[in-house]
Design a protein around this ligand. Sequence first.
Ligand SMILES: Nc1ncnc2c1ncn2[C@@H]1O[C@H](COP(=O)(O)OP(=O)(O)OP(=O)(O)O)[C@@H](O)[C@H]1O
Ligand SMILES: Cc1cn([C@H]2C[C@H](O)[C@@H](COP(=O)(O)O)O2)c(=O)[nH]c1=O
Length: 210
Amino acid sequence: MQKAGKFITFEGIDGAGKSTHIAYVAQALQQRGITVISSREPGGTPLGESLRQILLQEKMHLETEALLMFAVRREHIAQVIEPALQRGDWVISDRFSDASFAYQGGGRKLPLAKLEALEQWVHPHLQPDLTLLFDVPLAVARERLDATRTLDKFEQEQTDFFAGTRAEYLRRAAQFPQRFRIIDSSRAIPEIRKDLDGLIAELLVGEQDE
Ligand SMILES: Nc1ncnc2c1ncn2[C@@H]1O[C@H](COP(=O)(O)OP(=O)(O)OP(=O)(O)O)[C@@H](O)[C@H]1O
Ligand SMILES: Cc1cn([C@H]2C[C@H](O)[C@@H](COP(=O)(O)O)O2)c(=O)[nH]c1=O
């Protein structure tokens, strides 16, 4: 029987360092013969990438923002995630629904029940096999962002917003300990890679057992 693929998500507040590590993990898996599809949210499809431009630049009602995030996700699941998993490929997504709970819920204070309803509608039967939460103090993330780039709509938010976002990520990690792993992302990149190497080895042992 063909093996089902695995779905791995990378999460964290802006500047936590998750994008830095995606290429490393994808390459490590590919070197072990796994076909990896790297994607991101908002984005992941031509429609999703168009909506990303709007979501990251334009101010809008917080419910509009949440609905658009889940609309992008619906397309991403249909066009990219489900077909890849059915082929037996692995999918690494730079953010998924935990980001909606963290940003629209924890950051913007949209009631979590509304996000749970959207999640039930859009992907009632799909959850990541593994979610890596890159956790970092707000000041460290801010310093990294300020050093590198022009800030988008979310990155321009204030400390209270990111305190709420980080707290909601950590709350979800405690709620779903079986799929979350928290990575202390305040450390140097080689240290973090050692953790990732360990996680990759665990994932591959699981594969051989299946
Ligand atoms: N452990 C680290 N130590 C020092 N600098 C780091 C570390 N991790 C990432 N950086 C740097 O911090 C900046 C932000 O990293 P990165 O883009 O990976 O963050 P991110 O979590 O993906 O942010 P965003 O969600 O906003 O895209 C980059 O310039 C990156 O080189
Ligand atoms: C999926 C998702 C994302 N966001 C926010 C989080 C980030 O600020 C941006 C995406 O940019 P990144 O640098 O590529 O991570 O979008 C959100 O608010 N809600 C979501 O569901």
